[in-house]
Design a protein around this ligand. Structure first.
Ligand SMILES: [Zn+2]
Length: 217
């Protein structure tokens, strides 16, 4: 199956992508991982991407698309893949369609994770990370540490990352609404979109997504 996963920051996209890819036995292709892999392996595309990033500029769509193409041509992606973070605007979606067409492939589904704006803000702005290890993550409401401000795992100090401040989250949501959300209409016109309520327990959201994929087949 070839799937695109779309959703605002804070909707649990990364978590769902990992779980769905595992269940469906297809690789989870995220733009974050693509960038990291290309940069660490110093591929031509990685070097190019890094030159833009070092200059504080956005990496052009062509570079992202070329990285995605390379990844989708790997043997493990023969039976399908789940794209996460790509496409993130309509021109990338059009480029992806062209790319798939040249390979005689089609997308099977676009999963649109939906969560109320106030909830995603609460989810992200409530996150607290340990200064000793960024893998030690808590949430002031959902998974509070035993002692406020102190990591349960190692006793380190918990803090809120700048990226997680309410102001930054609202800005990221704004970018999502203006740039990424239009791809949902683009894919709706192709009859590919399944809207998934991304609220409630993580397991429940995964179950809804898998059911929607079954219905589509
Ligand atoms: Zn810790």
């Amino acid at each position: 199956m070839r799937i695109v996963l779309v959703g605002p920051p804070g909707a649990g996209k990364g978590t769902q992508a990992t779980r769905l890819a595992e269940t469906l036995h297809i690789p989870h292709i995220s733009t974050g991982d693509l960038f990291r892999a290309n940069i660490s392996q110093q591929t031509e595309l990685g070097k190019l991407a890094k030159s833009y990033m070092d200059a504080g500029n956005l990496v052009p769509d062509e570079v992202t698309i070329a990285m995605a193409k390379d990844r989708m041509e790997q043997p493990d992606a023969e039976g399908g893949f789940l794209l996460d973070g790509f496409p993130r605007n309509v021109s990338q979606a059009e480029a992806l369609d062209e790319l798939l067409e040249t390979e005689d492939m089609k997308l099977d589904a676009v999963l649109d994770l939906e969560a109320p704006e106030d909830e995603v803000v609460k989810r992200i702005a409530g996150r607290r990370v340990c200064r000793n290890d960024s893998a030690h993550v808590f949430h002031v409401t959902y998974t509070p540490p035993k002692q406020e401000g102190v990591c349960d795992v190692c006793g380190g100090e918990l803090y809120q990352r700048d990226d997680d401040s309410e102001e930054t989250v609202r800005k990221r949501l704004e970018v999502y609404h203006t740039q990424t959300e239009p791809i949902i209409d683009y894919y709706k016109s192709q009859g590919l979109v399944a809207t998934i309520a991304a609220t409630g327990p993580v397991d429940e959201v995964t179950r809804r997504a898998l059911e929607a994929l079954k219905r589509d087949q």
